[in-house]
Write a protein that binds this ligand. Structure first.
Ligand SMILES: [Zn+2]
Length: 289
């Protein structure tokens, strides 16, 4: 565990898949608040308890806020005491319901209409099914608006996923996976818990990143993976993002005389048969939609 300020601590948690990146879990000592729970990896749970103990705190005294519903950020909740209060977007619980599983079946079928080959649809389905976490139904979720910690501001800024929240304490921003260094593009296909439809929030993402970079007085951005960043490195990351996006967009529009993305996706697919289609398709749609 690393101390960042007098109040903020960082724990880096390993995922069970060693190829997957470490996950940042932050602990605000004065508030007794964890920002994200971390991945489903029991040794991390034991380590978390130890770390809190070294600060004189018992896990039972701690509340949790969640930046988004992906398993690397909520998975560890599986082992928490059942009374632990967890403040998250109201949609997070949905990813533990059978309604979510049904929506995956229904929605991915519609990808066939876009001309996406069956093996790709299977990969997309598998990726979304990995995010089905039945234990979420037993988590003691609380309304985020009732978070009893006045030092924390809540910003609902969707884009990476349909449930993204940015938490602010003074000039520190805990942004989950909204802006990550070296990850392009991190707008991912997901099922929106509100209308239960497949979604890719690239337009909201653009707007929200702009808002973060222009209106927030960021001193330190604490991401869900990787090192913390100041405003100028955030701007650089976004600049690179925009440039890459433009380049790919150019390549696509130059290579195809048609403008509809259905045909573009169908054509482009034939060039990249070995990539994980889930991430690949998320990227293509981000660029050309
Ligand atoms: Zn993540």
């Amino acid at each position: 565990m690393k101390q960042i300020t007098s109040d903020v601590y960082l724990m880096k948690m390993a995922q069970t898949d060693s190829r997957a990146p470490q996950v940042n879990v932050y602990f605000l000592k004065n508030e007794k608040l964890l920002i994200d729970a971390g991945p489903d990896n029991y040794p991390c749970y034991l380590e978390l308890q130890q770390n809190l103990k070294s600060l004189g705190i018992n896990l039972k005294q701690v509340s949790v806020v969640i930046t988004h519903h992906h398993p690397d950020h909520v998975g560890l909740l599986k082992y928490f005491p059942e009374e632990t209060a967890v403040y998250a977007d109201s949609g997070v619980r949905y990813y533990g319901t059978t309604a979510y599983l049904n929506a995956i079946e229904e929605q991915t079928q519609q990808l066939q209409i876009l001309g996406i080959p069956p093996h790709a649809i299977d990969q997309i389905k598998a990726q979304l099914q990995k995010r089905f976490l039945p234990f979420l139904e037993n988590v003691n979720f609380k309304d985020l608006n009732r978070l009893p910690v006045s030092s924390i501001r809540i910003h609902r800024l969707r884009g990476h996923s349909p449930a993204d929240i940015v938490f602010q304490k003074d000039n520190f921003f805990f942004g989950g996976d909204l802006i990550l260094k070296g990850i392009y593009f991190n707008v991912l296909l997901d099922i929106d818990p509100v209308n239960q439809k497949l979604c890719l929030l690239n337009q909201e993402y653009e707007q929200n990143i702009k808002k973060i970079l222009t209106t927030f007085k960021i001193q330190t951005w604490c991401p869900g993976h990787g090192d913390s960043m100041n405003l100028s490195s955030l701007v650089k990351v976004n600049h690179k993002y925009q440039k890459l996006r433009q380049l790919i967009h150019q390549r696509i529009t130059q290579s195809f005389s048609f403008s509809d993305y259905d045909s573009a996706v169908r054509e482009i697919y034939s060039y990249f048969p070995r990539l994980n289609d889930y991430f690949y398709l998320s990227d293509i749609l981000t660029v050309i939609k």
